[in-house]
Design a protein. Structure first.
Length: 382
């Protein structure tokens, strides 16, 4: 069996790849480099003449070949390798008539616990935070046992420290009230704070017993991210923008045990993310896979979650079940707050060619993606 053709799709705001073999088996993958999907497509186009004629089952060899073909690194390159690797494992599963998790070493669990992204559409900014309380209660009734929000006020960057802490505490209190004590809560900071502010805030929200405190500072320095994990007294999760086994090794070496957050669509696909899981396991650290880009990456994440022992919970959004992804046919089955064991060969995902070819591409407008302080400076800069 050989790789015969690569099809690329820029669809809505996503990049999806299809790898086709000479015996008719095809596989699908997706990148999680969501800000620059056009660039990822260009890299995959560059890879095409390297891939044509190779055995798609040689996933480790191909992963190394693509990584080493040029002496450059970065999230766009890794995002392209990840999409291709996921597609190759999809082919491998179909070729052996097995779900991917079984080829990775079999299962260690029969279902995957999900944590639901409540998101600002559920009321983060409503008066008295009633929207958060109501959304949390609704999610609990649906069967979810872990909920996540970004708890920072929308104007966090112009608030006094005292006001930032107090308003954030009120938001987290609303989430805890709606969730109750039987449900875990997760606080996603989205890399918005300076190290000193993030430490202060972590101490303030400790009383609400969050499962973890995610990405508190900018991702520019792996050492700084690791240092925060050592200096706060609540669990920290890092890594959704990291894209290699070496970065995750350095994070854990500098910060010690913490939750690690690789995205299988950015960190090297199955081939490399399983290695990241093993590195984390050696630090007694669990994986909490980053995921919000749709059913393809959800399926890939779930297959790995089924296989690895050091798993905590899988990020999930109900957007997976919306019309936005009507070009994808998924065999995954959700039961309340859990994803059931995938049974179909490969990913259990197919793209609907008649639909995907009719959907226009909607590129991300980078204007307006960063907030500005009252003095005109970029709020994300330290």
């Amino acid at each position: 069996m050989k790789i015969e053709k690569i099809n690329s799709y820029l669809v809505r705001n996503m990049y999806v790849v299809e790898v086709i073999t000479d015996n008719g088996i095809s596989g699908v993958g997706q990148t999680a480099c969501w800000a620059y999907p056009e660039a990822v497509k260009s890299v995959v186009d560059k890879f095409e003449n390297v891939l044509i004629g190779l055995n798609p089952l040689d996933t480790e060899h191909i992963s190394q070949l693509l990584l080493r073909s040029g002496p450059f690194r970065g999230s766009i390159l890794s995002g392209a390798i990840s999409a291709i690797d996921i597609a190759l494992w999809d082919i491998k599963g179909k070729n052996h008539n097995e779900p991917i998790w079984n080829l990775l070493g079999g299962k260690v669990r029969n279902k995957v616990r999900l944590h639901l992204l409540l998101g600002i559409e559920h009321g983060n900014s409503k008066s008295n935070n009633q929207g958060i309380i109501d959304a949390a209660k609704k999610a609990v009734k649906m069967g979810f046992t872990a909920l996540k929000i970004d708890p920072l006020p929308s104007n966090y960057f112009d608030l006094s420290l005292d006001k930032l802490i107090k308003e954030t505490e009120d938001i987290v209190a609303a989430l805890r009230e709606g969730a109750g004590s039987e449900v875990d809560i997760i606080l996603e900071i989205h890399r918005k704070l300076t190290p000193m502010t993030s430490i202060h805030l972590a101490n303030a929200v400790k009383k609400f017993n969050p499962m973890f405190y995610e990405d508190p500072i900018q991702i520019d320095s792996i050492m700084s991210q690791g240092e925060i994990a050592k200096r706060v007294s609540i669990p920290v999760a890092n890594g959704e923008r990291m894209h290699s086994i070496w970065e995750f090794r350095e994070l854990l070496a500098h910060g010690g045990p913490q939750y690690v957050r690789p995205d299988i669509g950015l960190a090297g696909g199955f081939t490399q993310t399983k290695k990241i899981a093993s590195i984390a396991e050696s630090y007694h650290s669990a994986l909490v896979m980053h995921n919000f880009l749709g059913p393809i990456l959800t399926a890939a994440s779930v297959h790995l979650d089924i296989n690895i022992p050091n798993f905590l919970t899988q990020e999930f959004t109900l957007g997976d079940e919306s019309e936005k992804h009507n070009f994808i046919e998924s065999s995954l089955k959700r039961d309340g707050g859990y994803m059931l064991l995938p049974e179909k060969p490969g990913l259990g995902i197919e793209i609907k060619k008649d639909i995907i070819n009719q959907i226009p591409y909607e590129p991300l407008d980078l204007n307006g993606q960063v907030p500005f302080r009252d003095d005109g400076s970029i709020a994300f800069s330290v």
